[in-house]
Design a protein around this ligand. Structure first.
Ligand SMILES: [Zn+2]
Ligand SMILES: [Zn+2]
Length: 404
């Protein structure tokens, strides 16, 4: 960046940004159902003069901006990808917002409305500058980050080809940091997410005669305790990893011993060796504990597990230096790595890149609800900051500054 503040939004772009985000917020769509969102994105990208490919892995949209500026001094024309996810969550939003969700039980509670609005606005800004842009920018608007992941199928459908992508960046909002702050650090930033379902089979009967039955709910209690013990006694406390049982279903009445009980949970890790070991031990503990108490249990892993999201050191350096110029170097922070998952991981497995977190909380305005909660909201002042960082990082990368 040369201090020319290329990314400064015009008034029209700034209001487009907020309007776009609010419109998506009012019309949230679940994973693989992002039809309206995708259509809006595609239309805006086309209007900005980008080449648009729709229906990429279902509802995904790829929009390509080919810069016509002269090549950077090293002569290498590069392509950077900016990724945004589009899906909302099955959650009822807390009432009282002027631009609240209009769909019962659906909410943009993870900020994907903002991710999409920032990326499409960055596309408009960069399109306005394409005459001097020394390379290409590919925008990938992906479905289904919250479920089984649109990133991998979009890559399989050619999102990283024509033009061939050299690096990738993405923003995720974070209410764990304040508006005006940005977190980006090299190495793992989100976890491998291994979801699972455990089915415990006992033998139903009368609540008063447990000895004639095998109580799968009692066994479930033992399995939960055993799994938590596994995580604290067999994993080094210095290594990140967590296991949560988030759902338990079994039984119909207080005086009946159930036949079966189902547990659903997730295992989160960074380290591939630890992941393999814990996946093996979780199954052993589940089966062994059930057997100890005369039941049987089976565990199935979800197909949609994400690998860990790992930031490249060089691209992350570039992002941190650009972000420092946008928000001040003191506001570029390092966050405790998160055991959340994000399928940006697949883009970062394929090409070097950086997944950064953009502060969206504002304690002084009471905006601090956590992601995935009905109270989640953002300070919209984060939106132009995000666009600036995307635009300036694209410029810096395409100009070859990551090679210095
Ligand atoms: Zn989420
Ligand atoms: Zn998210």
């Amino acid at each position: 960046m040369d201090g020319k503040a290329r990314a400064t939004l015009t008034d029209a772009e700034a209001s487009f940004l907020v309007d776009f985000r609010r419109d998506l917020h009012m019309h949230p769509e679940l994973a693989w159902e992002e039809h309206r969102t995708a259509a809006k994105v595609a239309e805006a990208a086309r209007q900005a003069g980008l080449e648009v490919r729709e229906g990429v892995a279902g509802t995904g949209v790829v929009a390509v901006l080919r810069g016509s500026g002269s090549s950077p001094s090293d002569g290498v024309r590069r392509t950077i990808l900016i990724r945004a996810d589009m899906d909302a969550l099955p959650l009822q939003e807390a009432p009282g917002r002027p631009y609240g969700s209009t769909v019962a039980g659906r909410m943009h509670a993870c900020g994907h409305d903002a991710h999409t609005a920032m990326a499409i606005t960055a596309a408009k800004v960069l399109a306005r500058q394409r005459g001097t842009l020394p390379g290409n920018v590919v925008f990938a608007f992906q479905p289904a980050e919250e479920t089984d992941g649109g990133a991998a199928p979009m890559i399989a459908a050619g999102a990283l080809l024509e033009p061939r992508v050299d690096a990738a960046i993405a923003i995720h909002l974070a209410n764990t940091i304040q508006v005006g702050q940005i977190a980006a650090q090299p190495g793992p930033v989100s976890a491998a997410t291994d979801g699972f379902v455990i089915v415990i089979r006992g033998k139903g009967g009368h609540a008063a005669r447990p000895h004639l039955s095998v109580d799968p709910i009692a066994v479930a209690g033992q399995i939960i305790t055993a799994l938590h013990t596994l995580m604290t006694r067999e994993k080094s406390p210095a290594q990140p990893g967590v296991l949560t049982i988030g759902a338990i279903h079994g039984g119909t009445a207080g005086n009946i011993i159930a036949d079966t009980c189902e547990l659903r949970g997730t295992l989160r890790t960074y380290d591939p060796a630890l992941r393999t070991e814990l996946r093996r031990r979780v199954v052993e503990v589940v089966e062994g504990t059930a057997q100890t108490f005369r039941a049987t249990a089976s565990l199935e892993w979800d197909g949609g597990a994400y690998p860990p999201c790992v930031n490249d050191a060089v691209i992350t350096d570039l992002v941190r230096s650009v972000a420092g110029k946008v928000v001040g170097h003191g506001n570029v922070v390092t966050q405790e790595p998160s055991l959340g998952g994000d399928d940006m991981a697949y883009f970062l497995e394929a090409v070097p890149g950086c997944y950064m977190r953009l502060g969206s909380a504002n304690a002084s305005r009471g905006i601090d609800g956590p992601g995935h909660s009905p109270r989640f909201d953002i300070d919209e002042d984060c939106l132009p900051i995000g666009v600036n960082v995307l635009v300036e990082t694209a410029w810096a990368y395409l100009a070859g500054q990551s090679e210095n």
